[in-house]
Design a binder for this molecule. Structure first.
Ligand code: KG4
Ligand code: ZN
Length: 361
């Protein structure tokens, strides 16, 4: 396989990203990775507003691309192909990215690859750690939550996932409920260190049901009820907040760990050298990471968590997915369309109600 230099573009949720990657499968260098967040634009609305996100992507994409080229010290003359997230995600944002990529492809006569955003996340452990197929992947972020067996650049089997909220979405909502700042994950993780884990025992949804499906919406409601029972004179004490944070986080840790154990049982028949990978913003949580690491060492599996900048949404992963897939598929043409829903595993049934925040498949 020859080395390729790929420009990647990502705009499926609330990060406008562009990156330049050079190399080949399992041996590529990220020459640049620009991520322009939009947190402040959505701060007053309690979540990502799709129209605001789409407009911001349209405004910032060309700047992000120019910055990515400059930082990589290349020009469009050095680029061999353009890769862009073509779904799943918020449709306006995905369309912005696809239009930008098509413009560059048409103007420069470059091959165009429409990439599944989830494939970008799922293939990242090969970019960062060179892991070999097949491996088990847990994607946990504000918009995604699913277990996948990755067997090839375009071969993913979904073992299960959330049937309602993604865990990051639950962290964000619970933070709001108990009066902590956004993003909720880091706020809850920090405060949970001061909480009493024994004070509240929240439910562990779907652990009584076989398989790897998960649910986090009822857990959030349980925190809401407990909060309402505690509020006196319109406020929670700092200790109440910390104890609620600890209790909630412990429930998420238990659910993710037990469901990973079950996913692992379905995957270990496929290999003598099992690998558990995690990606997504929630993988930053040290309690979750630590528990999964312990599970991996108990079961003799290797544990891989890419560095956070490549775990959360970025365009290097989109360029990398195209680099892997360039060998096995033909490029897209200008009829490439944006797909708000695009399950990675086309054979598994759709996950009802999943991905409310980012309309992810
Ligand atoms: O992957 P990401 O940057 O974006 C997408 O959602 O696609 O993930 C963001 C999510 C947010 O919901 C945020 O609260 C959560 O990841 N998060 C965390 C932590 N850091 C970020 N959740 C738990 N613990 C953390 N330390
Ligand atoms: Zn993502």
């Amino acid at each position: 396989m020859t080395s390729l230099t790929i420009l990647g573009i990502e705009s499926s949720c609330d990060d406008t990203a562009a990156a330049v990657l050079r190399g080949e499968a399992c041996a590529a260098d990220v020459l640049s990775s620009i991520v322009m967040g939009q947190t402040e634009l959505h701060a007053n609305f309690g979540g990502v507003v799709p129209e605001i996100a789409a407009r911001a992507h349209a405004e910032k994409l060309d700047t992000a691309v120019v910055q990515a080229l400059n930082e990589a010290q290349v020009t469009l003359d050095d680029i061999d192909a353009v890769a862009v997230t073509a779904g799943p995600g918020l449709i306006g944002g995905v369309v912005s990215g696809v239009m930008c990529a098509k413009g560059i492809s048409l103007a420069r006569g470059l091959p165009l690859y429409g990439v599944n955003h989830l494939a970008g996340h799922a293939l990242t452990p090969r970019l960062t750690d060179g892991v070999t197929f097949p491996y088990l992947m847990l994607l946990v972020s504000g918009g995604h939550c699913q277990f996948l067996i990755a067997s090839g650049p375009d071969e993913f089997k979904r073992l299960g996932g959330t049937i309602d909220d993604a865990p990051g979405e639950a962290f964000d909502k619970v933070a709001r409920l108990i009066g902590l700042p956004q993003p909720g994950g880091p706020s809850i993780e920090t405060l949970a260190l001061q909480g009493d884990a024994k004070r509240f025992k929240f439910p562990r949804p779907l652990l009584d049901r076989e398989g790897c499906d998960m649910s986090f919406s009822g857990l959030k409601t349980a925190v809401l009820r407990q909060r309402d029972a505690l509020i006196v004179e319109d406020r929670l004490t700092a200790q109440d907040q910390a104890d609620l944070a600890t209790g909630f986080q412990a429930a998420v840790v238990d659910v993710l760990t037990e469901k990973t154990r079950r996913a692992l049982a379905q995957y270990t028949d496929l290999t003598d050298t099992p690998i558990i990978c995690v990606a997504g913003g929630v993988a930053a949580n040290l309690a979750i990471r630590g528990s999964l690491e312990t599970l991996a060492s108990e079961t003799g599996a290797r544990f891989v968590a890419p560095p956070l900048a490549l775990c959360t949404d970025n365009a290097a992963m989109i360029a990398y997915a195209a680099l892997e897939q360039a060998n096995t598929r033909i490029p897209d043409d200008l009829s490439l369309s944006a797909r708000p829903r695009w399950p990675l595993d086309q054979h598994s049934p759709a996950m009802l109600g999943s991905g409310k925040k980012g309309a992810k498949a």
